[in-house]
Design a protein around this ligand. Structure first.
Ligand SMILES: [Zn+2]
Length: 448
């Protein structure tokens, strides 16, 4: 009986070991199925870093990484490698949108505007819709997003990021900001009876101690970036100028920046202009979001400090109120000053990155519409592409890993038919998407 039990245990142990060995062999591909890799033939290559396009290139991919890039004439293609023929297309790195909100679903006044996003849907419904937003981004060739707060959906973005990373749902690489920080009187929901305890769609703090604590909490729960609202509300002032209410003091922001930098992370500041924007720069923000009204002093300081500028031009042309109302005048003035600030920053050499504020814009709209806006306001198309590839890769401390078709980078690769340098609108119809070495879309159709 005892011997019998001993034998049985031994058999079980041997079986477990055997299964483990087989599992390891299977994971490594095994001697019978070598990884022969994937080869992409690129008719035209924009590598995201160089200003020059290259013709007839071969990109070799093994696993989830690019191993080599070179001329088709001299390239050695391993026999048995899977060949993806994009010889008719323009191949580029996967695109990066540095300002999105996957937990927002548009702010159309007819649909209840911003508040309806927070008041009616359950968290489960919001999460489900966020997965659709993430998928929409990937379909359009955006393989990385910096998602700048959940708008009242707590740490939901960390969960969506985990679901993508673990392969449960398709989506871009996410850099998430969780709840965002503002002050009392500095964020929505607002305008309701003071007796009502309305939810606030950002974490509100007062004083440097609360500010630091909020940053610690958010970093502790998985924030990759900290988002701070340095201005809130805007209106047209007595002299026709755009005015925006400042929120945090410099001391409050410094506490957040100091804490966040200590964790090796960065701070993105929503700032329209005026006092709040100057406090954002004084407090050491890493990126200015929107920056509608940049004066010369702000531009000088951004150059000195190497601050990134994420203008998000597109949303300021949506949902304008009637022209003869204060809100309508504000909407028009916001767009008007932005059209001055963007070219000024561009010509001064401020580091500009592509961002859309998708979520504020409905996810049913094309993300790449922002390229047309940037080009319309004077940015050369190649620079606009770099603002969505190698530049944000640097901002995200991911140089050489994303935003470039170079050896060692993750195989995040997209392609469009035609020449986007001649017609930047072509970027709104990406035909091929690969993320992390896996083809997600081919010939304009989803592969899954
Ligand atoms: Zn935003």
């Amino acid at each position: 009986m005892v011997l019998n039990l001993f034998l049985r245990q031994t058999v079980i142990r041997v079986s477990v070991i055997l299964v483990l060995i087989l599992h390891v062999v299977a994971q490594e591909g095994g001697p019978s199925s070598p990884d022969t890799g994937t080869v992409i033939r690129a008719g035209t290559l924009i590598d995201g870093k160089s200003d020059n396009v290259k013709r007839d290139q071969v990109i070799v991919i093994r696993g989830n990484r690019i191993t080599s890039v070179g001329d088709a004439a001299s390239a050695k293609v391993a026999s048995g490698a899977r060949v993806i023929d994009l010889s008719h297309a323009t191949v580029m790195p996967g695109l990066i949108d540095s300002h999105t909100h996957i937990f927002l679903q548009g702010e159309d006044p007819a649909q209840g505007g911003y508040d309806a996003n927070i008041l009616y849907p359950s968290l489960a419904l919001r999460a489900a819709r966020a997965t659709v937003a993430a998928r929409r981004a990937l379909e359009q060739g955006f393989t990385t997003l910096r998602d700048l707060e959940t708008e009242g959906a707590g740490y939901g973005d960390v969960g969506i990021k985990q679901a993508i990373d673990k392969g449960y749902i398709p989506g871009p690489r996410l850099f998430v900001a969780t709840r965002a920080i503002s002050t009392t009187g500095g964020y929505m929901l607002e305008g309701y009876a003071p007796e009502l305890d309305m939810p606030k769609a950002a974490q509100l703090i007062d004083g440097p101690i609360e500010a630091r604590k909020a940053a610690r909490e958010q970093l502790d729960h998985g924030a990759d970036w900290i988002k701070v609202y340095m201005t809130h509300r805007s209106w047209v002032g007595h002299h026709g100028e755009l005015v925006s209410q400042p929120t945090l003091t410099v001391e409050e922001l410094r506490a957040i920046v100091d804490e966040t930098h200590g964790w090796g992370k960065k701070v993105a500041c929503h700032a329209y202009g005026g006092i709040g924007l100057h406090r954002a720069l004084e407090g050491g923000c890493d990126s200015i979001e929107h920056g509608l009204d940049l004066d010369d002093a702000a531009i000088r300081q951004m150059l000195q400090q190497g601050t990134w500028y994420c203008p998000t031009i597109s949303p300021y042309y949506k949902d304008w109120a009637p022209a003869d109302t204060p809100a309508g005048q504000r909407d028009r003035q916001r767009a008007a000053v932005h059209e001055v600030s963007f070219p000024k920053a561009l010509h001064a050499g401020v580091k500009i990155i592509f961002g859309t504020d998708m979520g504020g814009i409905s996810w049913s709209e094309p993300i790449a519409q922002e390229f047309s806006q940037m080009v319309r306001l004077g940015m050369p198309p190649m620079d606009a592409i770099k603002s969505a590839t190698s530049s944000p890769a640097e901002m995200l401390d991911m140089q050489g890993k994303i935003g470039g078709i170079v050896p060692g980078a993750y195989a995040d690769i997209v392609a469009v038919d035609g020449d986007p340098l001649r017609d930047v609108k072509l970027l709104e119809s990406v035909q091929f998407v690969m993320k992390d070495g896996k083809v997600f879309k081919s010939g304009g159709r989803l592969v899954e």
